[in-house]
Write a protein that binds this ligand. Structure first.
Ligand SMILES: [Zn+2]
Length: 551
């Protein structure tokens, strides 16, 4: 089992994945899909029961994680899914069925470089890539450079006495900084800055520029990509990590579902990030609702549209994200899982969608502080005097952001991620699945037979997966082919279109019909005793085969 109650550095992550592949050779394969900016392999773990067919002949669920450097819980959750699948095979009937009939593609760490920086003894937090951008010479603008200055291994907050500061101590709890009243106060006021040094300090101003590594790889996908979006990169797919992911996903047309693991928020996000729900097909919205509510049942994470619920300014949207690309270009139901909500841990209440723009309220932050004091006191440090090299005497203290707001304190990690393995398995099992339910041959002449094959989609989703994919013709049709005898009056290979699943059954009225079925028929000439093989193949529904004796 891979360790998932703490965060793994790259070397341990790599060796753990290879150990799992060695321990479960019939289930697990680990391969590199490309290299990060600093040259680390990006590992893809492919999991399926190879005894029931190769990975690319089964519908697949794609999971990737940790595109953002500090969102390490995402990696732990991807690794936990690997554990769940390998340990559950042959033990847990749902896992066994899932691996016999489906494939899981798991990239446990999209951004190994950024994660290494975040986990270094002297950590550096970057949004995503460590590639210098937009200045390729890593030109640093003057201002605050976030780092662990006092050497306690965490990047916290500096508070500086400032008569024009925006913060005062909460009289109820003096460690907590709250906003100074609008109409002023006699209380001591402070300015708060991230722990760090000030480059090129002019003695008065402290700008807070983006770091020289200013990319956001989750804005680099070719979905509404634009240079107006912060950190979007040089062009869509310009980053080696994203190019590798795009190539790997495009090479796997059997992908039927997608989930990108992130932190934080304790929410399941779905497309669109750039369009209102009214621009999505109603059937896709309905299906998103059906699938998403399972995640809410399992984990209590609510489901939100990024555009509808997390876009403060509707004219300034978050384009170039992976889930939008997966929905719009692959045509699959895609999600972004944002793990962990400290406010929920502290209060039992899910935080409102405003938190992305406004941060926690003073009351919420206080509840979190009380909860941390009781449960994980090391993660909030007392304000301690520090002689700053540029700013002079100040105090460093407050939240250890990495293990409070951004990721859970480690003792909470395993419980936080556990339900999401079940959701991944659930979504995999919702995918279409091609089966041959009936195969027969009727002799119609001395050396002639009518071969009939009844093919069905036994999955929940249609073979197109999404309505968007159907409308945009993103998915190739079902193909059935007969071999072993001469076909008369037609072709051995038949294109049979798309098949419904059960997902839209309640829209069909009182009579179901058989939109999930198709009958493929051939007239063949052969000598008695010959057997013919029929193969039914769909890029998303997998491959089914039948052998029929001509007697
Ligand atoms: Zn993220």
């Amino acid at each position: 089992m891979i360790t998932v109650d703490r965060f793994l550095r790259y070397e341990e992550l790599t060796s753990s994945l290879h150990e799992v592949a060695a321990a479960y050779p019939n289930l697990v394969a680990v391969s590199s899909i490309g290299n990060s900016h600093e040259g680390r392999d990006i590992w893809l773990t492919t999991i399926t029961d190879s005894a029931t067919g190769p990975h690319d002949e089964k519908p697949a669920q794609w999971i990737d994680a940790n595109i953002h450097s500090v969102e390490l819980t995402a990696s732990a959750s991807a690794l936990n899914l690997i554990n769940r699948l390998t340990a559950g095979f042959g033990e847990d009937p749902i896992v066994t069925t899932a691996l016999r009939t489906r494939t899981f593609y798991i990239v446990a760490r999209v951004n190994p470089d950024g994660a290494e920086w975040a986990m270094a003894d002297s950590p550096r937090f970057r949004r995503s890539s460590v590639r210098a951008w937009p200045w390729s010479d890593a030109h640093r603008s003057p201002g605050l450079d976030r780092m662990d200055l006092d050497g306690d291994g965490a990047i916290r907050t500096m508070r500086i006495v400032d008569p024009n500061g925006g913060w005062v101590c909460n009289p109820e709890e003096p460690r907590q900084m709250i906003l100074a009243p609008i109409d002023g106060t006699d209380a001591q006021r402070y300015r708060l800055l991230d722990e760090g040094v000030v480059q090129d300090y002019d003695g008065f101003t402290v700008p807070t520029p983006r770091p020289p590594q200013g990319l956001d790889m989750n804005r680099n996908y070719p979905a509404g990509w634009g240079t107006n979006v912060t950190g979007s990169g040089d062009y869509p797919g310009s980053e080696p990590e994203i190019a590798a992911l795009l190539k790997a996903m495009r090479a796997r047309p059997n992908i039927c579902g997608f989930n990108a693991y992130h932190t934080s928020g304790g929410i399941l996000l779905r497309p669109s990030s750039t369009k209102p729900d009214s621009a999505l097909a109603p059937l896709d919205l309905w299906t998103y609702g059906q699938l998403g509510k399972r995640c809410t049942e399992l984990s209590s994470y609510p489901v939100h549209s990024v555009f509808e619920d997390f876009t403060w300014d509707k004219s300034d949207t978050m384009a170039g994200a992976s889930d939008d690309w997966a929905f719009e270009h692959l045509g699959v139901y895609s999600w972004t899982t944002e793990y962990w909500d400290l406010i929920h841990a502290a209060t039992g209440e899910r935080s409102s969608t405003d938190i992305w723009f406004l941060g926690p309220t003073a009351a919420q932050e206080l509840a979190c502080l009380r909860w941390i004091d009781t449960n994980h006191p090391d993660h909030y440090a007392p304000w301690t005097p520090f002689e700053h090299p540029q700013l002079g005497p100040l105090e460093i203290g407050g939240w250890d952001w990495l293990y409070t707001w951004t990721n859970p304190p480690l003792p909470c990690l395993a419980a936080e991620i556990a339900p999401h393995a079940d959701f991944a398995i659930f979504q995999a099992l919702a995918s279409p699945a091609i089966e041959i339910l009936q195969a027969k041959a009727t002799r119609i002449g001395e050396d002639a037979w009518l071969v009939e094959t009844g093919i069905a989609n036994t999955g929940w989703l249609p073979t197109t997966v999404t309505e968007h994919a159907r409308k945009q013709h993103l998915v190739l049709p079902l193909v059935a082919e007969i071999t072993g005898a001469d076909v008369v009056g037609g072709t051995a290979r038949r294109e049979l279109g798309q098949l419904s699943g059960r997902s839209a059954l309640q829209f069909s009225g009182t009579s179901d019909g058989t939109p999930d079925r198709v009958l493929a028929r051939w007239t063949v000439r052969a000598t008695p005793g010959t057997s013919v093989d029929v193969t039914a193949r769909h890029p998303r529904g997998g491959v089914a085969m039948a052998t029929i004796e001509l007697v």
